[in-house]
Design a protein around this ligand. Structure first.
Ligand code: SF4
Ligand code: FES
Length: 257
């Protein structure tokens, strides 16, 4: 007999070893998330996926599903906290959506819309962050980095490299590149690495490919962030990005997930 949990009163099955997020995604239930991507190890850092499990707050991307859990997810109180977290992510960086190539494809922006965020609420930090345009095909704009570490994990777990890491604490926390000079050009990242395509915001962008899809016809112009298979939509876009690569396969990667 299937083991089950309940999310917002809906009973869904789960398999041994699955997290609440895994079970929810499998059952087409949307739990807001930014630092989670199926196929990569859970990170538990953004806290957007926080749910109430039997009355106690927990990150659904790290909390194992267990028989009998009664979970609250889509509630006004939880969504208000998620909106506040999203606002803090916006004001801590330099997110100028109208001039960002990622607009319409940015998960942070889409979650802001989903949660009814109308402004940043808090005073802007306007941090000074370094842009690295040294690489021939990629650009790293730390202004938009939300420290989700998806690129860190994708490089390590899927690409078999170790291109990125997070360094520093508090407001000095930032993404670093593991290369002799600290520049992207001197790292071993390549255009077809998953790490080059996985950024949920516009911090890692592909050079020479700006605005090919018009604003108004991008991922989140056509799909709500709450729609299912969104991770698949994004990964499909990534795997078809390179001209001539229609295999979608990448050894050891999550492209086929
Ligand atoms: S560059 Fe993008 S993927 Fe990497 S940590 Fe920053 S926001 Fe996350
Ligand atoms: S998605 Fe769970 S903490 Fe970020």
């Amino acid at each position: 007999m299937n083991k089950t949990i309940k999310i917002d009163g809906v009973e869904i099955p789960f398999k041994e070893g699955q997290t609440i997020m895994d079970a929810a995604l499998a059952a087409d239930i949307y739990i807001p998330h930014l630092c989670h991507k199926p196929g990569l190890s859970p990170h538990g850092s953004c806290k957007l996926c926080t749910v109430d499990v039997n009355g106690r707050a927990a990150s659904s991307c790290t909390m194992p599903a267990a028989e009998g859990q009664e979970i609250e997810n889509d509630t006004p109180a939880l969504n208000e906290v998620r909106k506040t977290i999203t606002q803090m992510l916006f004001i801590e960086g330099n997110h100028l959506c109208p001039s960002c190539e990622k607009t319409g494809d940015c998960t942070l922006q889409a979650i802001g819309y989903h949660l009814g965020m109308l402004d940043g609420h808090f005073p802007q930090f306007y941090p000074r962050r370094e842009v690295d345009a040294s690489h021939p095909t990629l650009v790293l704009d730390r202004d938009r980095c939300i420290m989700c570490e998806l690129c860190v994990r994708a490089s390590r777990e899927c690409d078999g490299k170790n291109v990125f890491a997070i360094s520093g604490r508090g407001t000095k926390r930032h993404l670093i590149v593991n290369s002799p000079t600290g520049r992207l050009a001197d790292s071993d990242i390549e255009l077809d690495d998953l790490a080059a395509h996985i950024c949920p915001v516009g911090a890692i962008l592909i050079k020479d490919h700006g605005y090919e899809v018009p604003i108004g016809r991008r991922t989140f112009d056509l799909h709500s962030v709450a729609e299912t298979d969104l991770d698949e939509v994004i990964l499909t876009k990534a795997r078809h990005h390179d001209e001539g690569d229609d295999s979608g396969e990448k050894e050891g990667g999550v492209y086929g997930v």
